[in-house]
Design a protein around this ligand. Structure first.
Ligand SMILES: Cc1cc2nc3c(=O)[nH]c(=O)nc-3n(C[C@H](O)[C@H](O)[C@H](O)COP(=O)(O)O)c2cc1C
Ligand code: SF4
Ligand code: SF4
Length: 428
């Protein structure tokens, strides 16, 4: 029997898949959908309460850029969120965020979250409330506490803090410039006022994520949530301008290896990934590792992404955009992929492979198996693309067929990717 459960910060998740704060959890019906689909946890949408009691203007906030329209579910998409005023506002739309929805007051939102926590009991789902952020310059200690207490009273299991300056209201500000304001103060205030586990969400684009995670840990955070989304500006060359400042911005599956690196470096501060040599790592002996749970948020679209995060040292993973693109059925698909991988590897619980990533020492690297390309003569049309592309001049044409000299080949795979007829295969 394989156990997919994840336990940390006093919480038990039936699986390590948590829906990230966003459209999927912006209302009771949406969150219910996620819970029914089998996610281990949901992070209910951040309240963004800049002005207590005030209804904020709805915003249009999300669209896909880049990526192939037809392949977006499985392809290499990139998503952009923003904060442009929504033009199609419908006062009758249910409470929530984005598009036509009317942004609720704290009281209204607490009522909605209460419905979510009640339903969660039936679906064995952990409920985490996200609070704060948008306009941290306006978020006082009292405001953090008011939001956190309202969420605690609504029955949530934990609080996730949307820390960090908002690029829209505080351009140029970085967490690192004022870690007391963006991390220490909210973490301490929320812990003190609710007693609930507190996770600090730390975006990559406004700080040194690893140092900020250490600050959060020192301030008493029960976990950190690194986020791979960057502020960005996509230029519309037809109109020669970008309509609005892009806030928390751009992210996507391409960022998964970056997140792996972040998680690994958080867990292994004494072994920075850019210094593979033992003696260089010794320069960092005083660096502090992140020992609290890490729950990454960014780029996940498959079981292998989640497995990778766990191997790098994470405790669970949040998923947002892929749920939007694929629907809540993604929970069962990813769960199955993780289950099958564990079955094949003989693992019975997540703890057996979690944090198992170790960097090779330099002299061990020679044992890494090298890819060796092979040409299928029948498939080669003599286009010579591989000959021109090979950085090691390892390919020559012999009798109009590409031929690889193994003595020169270093297994970079360029020829494999570039061959138009897929005549080149890889072996070890
Ligand atoms: C439309 C949209 C709205 C979002 N709203 C919030 C939010 O209210 N609070 C928050 O902490 N993160 C918010 N996020 C960020 C996601 O929770 C997540 O951290 C980010 O999208 C990266 O994960 P992903 O690649 O799985 O989407 C939002 C993301 C999107 C796309
Ligand atoms: S790129 Fe492919 S088809 Fe072209 S010469 Fe090389 S092996 Fe042959
Ligand atoms: S794998 Fe790289 S080095 Fe080897 S033949 Fe192909 S392009 Fe050249």
């Amino acid at each position: 029997m394989i156990d997919l459960s994840a336990e940390f910060a006093g919480l038990k998740f039936k699986n390590p898949l948590i829906v990230g704060a966003g459209p999927n959890t912006k209302s009771f019906p949406n969150a219910l959908h996620c819970m029914k689909a089998g996610f281990g946890g949901v992070v209910v949408r951040s309240l963004h309460m800049q002005y207590p009691g005030q209804h904020l203007l709805p915003v249009r906030e999300f669209w896909n850029i880049y990526g192939d329209r037809k392949k977006i579910r499985k392809g290499f998409y990139s998503l952009q969120s923003t904060a442009a005023p929504a033009q199609r506002v419908n006062e009758k739309a249910p409470l929530g965020w984005g598009g036509a929805s009317r942004i609720p007051t704290l009281d209204e939102w607490a009522g909605e979250v209460r419905k979510i926590t009640e339903a969660a009991k039936k679906y064995d789902c952990v409920v985490i409330a996200s609070i704060g952020w948008c306009g941290s310059n306006l978020s006082t200690e009292e405001l953090w506490k008011a939001e956190a207490e309202a969420m605690a009273a609504a029955g949530v299991d934990a609080i996730q803090l949307h820390t960090a300056p908002s690029p829209a209201t505080e351009p140029g500000r970085y967490i690192t410039m004022d870690p007391k304001k963006y991390l220490e103060m909210p973490i301490k205030a929320v812990k003190e006022s609710t007693g609930l586990p507190v996770f600090a969400k730390i975006p990559v684009d406004c700080c040194d994520t690893i140092a900020s995670a250490v600050v959060a840990q020192k301030a008493g955070a029960d976990g950190v949530v690194p986020v791979t989304r960057w502020s960005s500006i996509t230029i519309d060359i037809e109109n020669e301008k970008d309509p609005v400042w892009r806030g928390p911005g751009i992210g996507g599956p391409w960022s998964v290896p970056i997140m792996n690196g972040l998680i690994f470096r958080m867990r292994n501060a004494k072994q920075p990934i850019s210094y593979i040599f033992q003696d260089s790592a010794e320069q960092f002996l005083d660096s502090v590792s992140v020992a609290v749970p890490i729950i990454p948020s960014g780029g996940v679209r498959s079981g292998s992404d989640v497995i990778g995060y766990l191997i790098a040292g994470a405790n669970a993973s949040e998923i947002c955009a892929q749920v939007i693109l694929e629907g809540t059925g993604v929970a069962k698909r990813i769960e199955r992929e993780i289950y099958e991988w564990m079955e094949q590897k003989g693992y019975r619980s997540i703890g057996e492979f979690q944090g198992s990533l170790r960097l090779l020492k330099h002299d061990e690297a020679k044992d890494i198996p090298q890819w060796m390309p092979a040409v299928d003569a029948a498939g080669c049309n003599a286009c010579e693309r591989c000959v021109k592309a090979c950085p090691n001049s390892a390919i020559k044409m012999l009798d109009n067929i590409a031929s690889i000299d193994e003595d020169y080949c270093e297994g970079c795979r360029t020829c494999y990717y570039i061959c138009p007829t897929e005549a080149i295969s890889l072996g070890l």
